[in-house]
Ligand binder design. Sequence first.
Ligand SMILES: CC(C)[C@H](C(=O)O)[C@@H](O)C(=O)O
Ligand code: SF4
Length: 414
Amino acid sequence: MQTLTEKILSRAAGKNVSPGDVTEINTDIVAFHDLTGYHVIEVMEKAGLEKIFDKSKIVIAFDHLAPPPDIRSAEIQEYIRKFVKSMGLPNFHDINFGILHEILIERYANPGQVIVAADSHTTTSGAVGAFAQGMGATDIAAAVITGKTWLMVPEPFKVNLKGEPAKWINGKDVALKILGEFKADYFNGMSIEVHVENPKSFPMDYRATVSNMGIEMNADALMFVPDEETINYIKTMRGYEPQTVKPDENAKYTDEYEIELDKMEPLVAAPSSVDNVRTAREVEGTEVDQVYIGSCTNGRLSDFETAAKIMKGKKVKSRCIAIPASYEMFKKAMDLGYIETLVNSGCIVTYGTCGPCLGGHFGVAGPGETIVSTSSRNFKGRMGSVDSKVYLSGPAVAAATAIEGKIVDPRDVE
Ligand SMILES: CC(C)[C@H](C(=O)O)[C@@H](O)C(=O)O
Ligand code: SF4
């Protein structure tokens, strides 16, 4: 009897492995972005090992420094472009594609794969049932060269999602619910496997948000057990049906936790920790300077659909910056009129950048400012000044807050 984690890692190791085993594994996708890619290539150059195990399995995207906000960023990107060209790497996404993790789930990640990338939010690809883990640039350089990496097989933890999500409930509320309940370091050395009772009621966008926040829970991986939603998503995005892999029935988990989606209410993570979780109502009335809707956490079509529903015909009272996570998401949100709605409400909209999520550019938080953001982290200084405060939320709370100029539960403004 094997869990999904054991199945995937046993295949990748070429032998049966169990929690606690330290093992070498083969990888299916190795990825990096502009900010860490620079270090990955530098490590390869210094070691004199500019070899690549399989060019078709390397994915690169420019997102953190895109479009370059300064000369150094432009230099870094040019350095990586030259490497891509000299190596003849086919899966390269320049500044006009979007954020690496979104590109991975849209185009590359498949159920049962092992995906490693030089970025902590690599867990996002767990949404399609891949074992996906972030690693440092040196480990990724080794994986680019050899196709292999090593790890300790994590303990499996099962989360069951029951029922249909209550109104305005999104993947972010589920991630925050888990973080509030268990706290940020609980899942160290564990892999979370999420079983969804009604696959259609918890679509890929929501799954990607929960998997993305897996690293905020300190989990090694956060995977959704592949089901018909996974197959539909990949079929719609790429035109083929993926092979799936499931845990065995009666597979043994270290522990389990159940969430009743229909009983949930909109949540936020108050400053300055992801596990400082409150209901939106508990912090209602908090004055806000800027709202950010976007990032690899919550920059997908359903996030923009939700924001547009709430903002339609209204004007924002706080500044609002909105960034779909990829070209695909921007294009779809544009075709469906969501971008137009947001722009008419007074939002600034662009795409293809991490930008404000990590206080990089395109809306850095100033001293004393309060931000509501749909991104993944709110530690002190994350989005700019160490004297700014960040509340994390899903798109419904963020959009309603932008309209009111203060934090509000979306159910209270209908
Ligand atoms: C810059 C990068 C290494 C970092 C990460 O690994 O997560 C960033 O994407 C983040 O979200 O903080
Ligand atoms: S959007 Fe934010 S969380 Fe995602 S990769 Fe970029 S900086 Fe990291």
